[in-house]
Design a protein around this ligand. Sequence first.
Ligand code: CAA
Length: 296
Amino acid sequence: MSGSQVKRVTVLGAGLMGHGIAQVCAQTAGYDVTLLDVKQDFVDRGMSMIKDSLAKFVAKGGLDKGKADEILSRIHPTLDLKEAVERSELVIEAATEDPKLKLDLYRKVSEYLRPGAILASNTSSISITLLGSVTKNPENVAGMHFFNPPQLMPLIEVIRGAKTSDATVEAIRAAAKQMGKEAVLCKKDSPGFIVNRILLPALTEAALLVSEGVATPEDIDKAVTLGLNWPMGPLKLLDYVGLDTALAISEVLMQEFQDPKYRPSLLLRQMVRAGLLGRKSGQGFYEWTERNPKSK
Ligand code: CAA
């Protein structure tokens, strides 16, 4: 399969990342998109987030209303995995960052994929080689890692698993270009790939500063935004990405490298146990209104 042959894309998971990826596929790449989740509520929420995001582009004058409606009409929500997968040349998995859940999903998806179709994972840290190992065609499996919010962030990390073919890597690069993104290639299937291996220790360190009482979340974020010119401080970014997702990535990094620098902070674990997941649950290091955080 080459990138130019991709016309139909399926996105598995309509959550924080999946809805944005589906939107980019329809809006920028012009693909016909199927968006799948396991519950009607989840699919409805994903479609509603896409509508909100399209409305922001319209409000800013970057998109006219008719075009936004046309983009929306090219995204087909479904709960049926077989129907979702069997027609597409490219399937992008954006399910919850849980290895067992993903492996179960890959086994099933592999049964339904059409010959030559590519299965790309948006995983933040789970081994692409492992995901490919439970499929019939691991040469067609690779990482395609987007950044939150996918509608605005210009990067895609392309990750080569142990058995990923050159043709698959090239097809994903071509699809990334079609989506208007810059791609970087992670030549080895290394935990956390490039960005999260650098980012997660910084986010963990920020959570440690809070738990040690060194500074308030507001001052830590202010320090990093003004001192390092990050668009968001690390604690706001933790809330934005989701504390559960950040914890899952840290756990994979810790388990794979066995290096204490990747150990997640106790505060992060406790906040996840308490359901303080950040923006998605309405509360994390900050309380979140519809759009922006307000200080506690
Ligand atoms: N769709 C469309 N437009 C959107 C949008 C969306 N989903 N989200 C925000 N916008 C628009 C807003 O409408 C706003 O437009 P105007 O400037 O015209 O008003 C603009 O983007 C800026 O938004 P906000 O004013 O709400 O907030 P902001 O100025 O802080 O920008 C941001 C938001 C672009 C997300 C910026 O804060 C940022 O770049 N933050 C860092 C994000 C980041 O680091 N992401 C990577 C996380 S790591 C990851 O994803 C990997 C992983 O595996 C964990």
